[in-house]
Write a protein that binds this ligand. Structure first.
Ligand SMILES: Nc1ccn([C@@H]2O[C@H](COP(=O)(O)OP(=O)(O)OC[C@H](O)CO)[C@@H](O)[C@H]2O)c(=O)n1
Length: 324
């Protein structure tokens, strides 16, 4: 996979660090080990690697769940976030933070907006309406390339005020599909319904309309767009229990814009990948938290005019993502 030409730029990828100063544990079903303390060491490995690159990445995409919800139970959220952010600060380029379910276990939505995890940049402010209380933005790291960060917990029963319209709508949606008293327990009847759990969420119509407008401009400008969110949106790129609730509403939006070349997510710690019917790549990045201490889980993406080349480390595979 050697490339002769220099890439337009490169960027780092890392997902589900879920740091907590806590001994190793497991996921809820006990099928996967979680290495809470060691996740900080794996982040350090990734930053060291990016710092040693001859041409350093232009930015890092942190795909959400930066610290684990356990911190909240022990009043350790601020301290844990500080430790993780200290690691990121040893890298000289911007970090774009995506918000996942564990962000909302640790902090309120308004606290997140005022925190170091708000990496929202406002480009093209005049023509780009902002959506109230939604963490969605876009940026262009180089001419003809754009990244769109989405809020996968916009419609959710975590991180939304119980009196809000969005909470009530989210509650109706989850109750219509999940009969369990414990709403983190996936409904069992149809596999695809497994996504209707409390630790997932969806995109409001406002956010989908905003995305559509951003992508119309990207199409007009002949840009290549990578869209990112914490939850994956293609059923072949993840276990269905980690899919966005309304993946079936966002997929047609992505497919209707020639500019979209890739969708990147975290959340499913086993990772996943597929190319959809129109040639959009769906990459779910393996989670640091379930990566054994002697392994790694980060990648560097080399962006070219006609493709992106992912160079994976540890359990992340190398891939060539040709544009459609
Ligand atoms: N059946 C379940 C599953 C989970 N919970 C509780 O829900 C919260 C979130 O679960 P957690 O596994 O920590 O979420 P992650 O985002 O780390 O992982 C998502 C996928 O599993 C990764 O593949 C937590 O409080 C669990 O205790 C539950 O009650 N019942």
């Amino acid at each position: 996979m050697e490339e002769n030409a220099a890439p337009a730029f490169t960027f780092g990828l890392i997902a589900d660090i879920q740091y907590a100063d806590k001994k190793d544990g497991s996921n809820f079903s006990g099928t996967r080990k979680r290495y809470y303390r060691n996740s900080l060491h794996l982040l350090r490995n990734a930053i060291r690697h990016w710092n040693e690159e001859e041409v350093k990445p232009s930015f890092i995409l942190q795909l959400g769940d930066i610290i684990d919800g356990f911190n909240s139970k022990h009043g350790a959220s601020e301290e844990a976030l500080q430790k993780v952010m200290d690691e990121f600060r040893s890298f000289p380029a911007p970090v774009h933070h995506v918000w996942g379910n564990h962000e909302f276990y640790n902090f309120t939505r308004s606290a997140l907006f005022s925190s170091a995890l708000n990496s929202k940049v406002r480009e093209d402010e005049e023509s780009d309406e902002q959506i109230d209380d939604v963490y969605a933005y876009h940026f262009s790291p180089a001419p003809k390339f754009r990244f769109v960060v989405l809020d996968a917990y916009d419609l959710s029963i975590i991180g939304r005020d119980e009196a809000s319209e969005k909470y009530n709508l989210a509650f109706e949606i989850i109750k219509a599909h999940n009969p369990n008293e414990e709403l983190n327990m996936p409904p069992g009847r149809f596999q695809m319904d497994g996504r209707f759990v409390k630790f997932n969420g969806g995109f409001s119509q406002d956010q989908l309309d905003w995305l559509d407008r951003v992508l119309i401009r990207a199409d007009e400008n002949g840009e290549k767009v990578t869209v990112v969110s914490h939850t994956p949106v293609h059923p072949f790129s993840t276990d269905s229990v980690c899919l966005a609730w309304n993946f079936d509403e966002i997929l047609p939006v992505l497919r209707s814009h020639q500019s979209v070349v890739c969708f990147m997510a975290g959340h499913d710690h086993d990772g996943g990948y597929c190319v959809d019917a129109v040639g959009i790549h769906h990459l779910t990045v393996e989670g640091v938290i379930e990566t054994p201490p002697d392994f790694d889980a980060f990648g560097t993406v080399h962006v070219y005019e006609d493709k992106m080349v992912l160079r994976g480390n540890g359990r992340i595979k190398d891939r060539v993502l040709n544009y459609r």
